[in-house]
Ligand binder design. Structure first.
Ligand code: ATP
Ligand code: MG
Length: 332
């Protein structure tokens, strides 16, 4: 079976619709067809400032949501990044073959540092795509299911893998991004020019899977739509309405043209009201399952011990090969 690796940050208390539709939902499907490794990337979650107590809590909440979404630890490997020390170790090696200019071209750093300025951003935020490359290469992943915002980081990962292979001999598999076009970029409901984001979206723009149903319904009803009144799918000219149609279609399984036809002659209000119902219907059982997992933290932690052990059956030998290839003297 081809290998797949992907990760999600335990930033924010809850996943949002973009995380689910752009990434996690595809992870669930791929656990059947792939040898799948999924991790909660806590090393990445400390790059932009964090609270230790919240991070610990959110890491468990993250894992619970992955299980609630349908990941089955019997069919895939679910683990926490910091439980597998090889991530940080390979991250250092990869940072030593990355050009400073190359790292400077990552647009996500520019976005994420724009608020406080590059000067005051951490070096960790700057180098996080290199650690992400290590996350992927450590497992020799063939495929990486992510949202559109990760495309550039996947290109960097491939460049670094190729560079390492040509300098030190064939070591890494070149991974392909697996980006499902339809749901690759779910937009902020209040600012359809930006992607929905755990750390950047605020208030009404963000639909969190764990927030109260009534709040979700209210946010959808106050989503920014576009001028005009027609419900048409046109992501360029009508980004707001098109985003709502994308979410509606992804959660209901009804193709977008069918929805457009069904809402012909109706208003934005009708669409939003029905979409709110569709989203609430999805999140209600999701929230219940997440809570059930959280009610038994000892069991969650046990699953994570097993997950880290499984992950290390791959990460340890990969790192050993890398250390050997780059000429580190093996401890006697
Ligand atoms: P942060 O703002 O802290 O970076 P995030 O919302 O971007 O959080 P991540 O944990 O960085 O979430 O990303 C997890 C996965 O979700 C990645 O594969 C990412 O591409 C995907 N993803 C994030 N936001 C969206 C979105 N709006 N639409 C589709 N996929 C998304
Ligand atoms: Mg992100």
């Amino acid at each position: 079976k081809p290998r797949v690796l992907s990760g999600i940050q335990p930033t924010g208390g809850s996943y949002h619709l973009g995380n689910y539709l752009g990434a996690v939902r595809n992870w669930v499907g791929m656990q059947e067809t792939h040898d799948a490794f999924y991790c909660v990337v806590d090393l990445h979650a400390i790059t932009a400032g964090h609270d230790p107590k919240l991070l610990r809590e959110r890491t468990r909440v993250s894992v619970a949501q992955l299980l609630a979404a349908g990941l089955d630890p019997a069919r895939c490997t679910v683990f926490v990044q910091s439980h597998v020390p090889e991530h940080a170790q390979l991250g250092w090696v990869m940072s030593c073959i990355t050009g400073f200019g190359e790292a400077s071209r990552m647009t996500q750093f520019k976005d994420k540092s724009s608020k406080q300025g590059a000067e005051r951003s951490s070096v960790g935020l700057f180098t996080y795509p290199i650690l992400q490359a290590a996350d992927i290469l450590l497992y020799q992943a063939d495929s990486v299911p992510v949202g559109e915002d990760q495309r550039q980081h996947l290109e960097l990962t491939r460049d670094l893998a190729q560079r390492f292979n040509s300098q030190f001999g064939k070591t890494f598999t070149l991974p392909q991004p697996h980006i499902v076009k339809e749901t690759a970029k779910i937009l902020d409901l209040q600012d359809p020019s930006a992607k929905m984001s755990k750390s950047a979206s605020t208030g009404n723009g963000l639909i969190e899977l764990l927030e109260p149903a009534a709040k979700i319904a209210k946010k959808i009803k106050s989503a920014v739509t576009d001028t005009g009144r027609d419900i048409v799918f046109d992501p360029e000219a009508k980004a707001g309405v098109s985003n709502l149609l994308t979410i509606y279609s992804a959660l209901s399984g009804r193709p977008i043209p069918e929805l457009v036809e069904a809402y012909a002659g109706k208003g934005y209000g009708d669409l939003k009201k029905d979409l709110a119902e569709v989203v609430v219907e999805f999140v209600a059982p999701f929230q219940q399952r997440t809570q059930e997992y959280l009610d038994d933290p000892a069991q969650l932690d046990k699953l994570l011990v097993i997950g880290a052990e499984k992950a290390r059956t791959v990460s340890v030998p990969t790192l050993a090969t890398v250390y050997d290839k780059i000429g580190f003297l093996a401890p006697a």
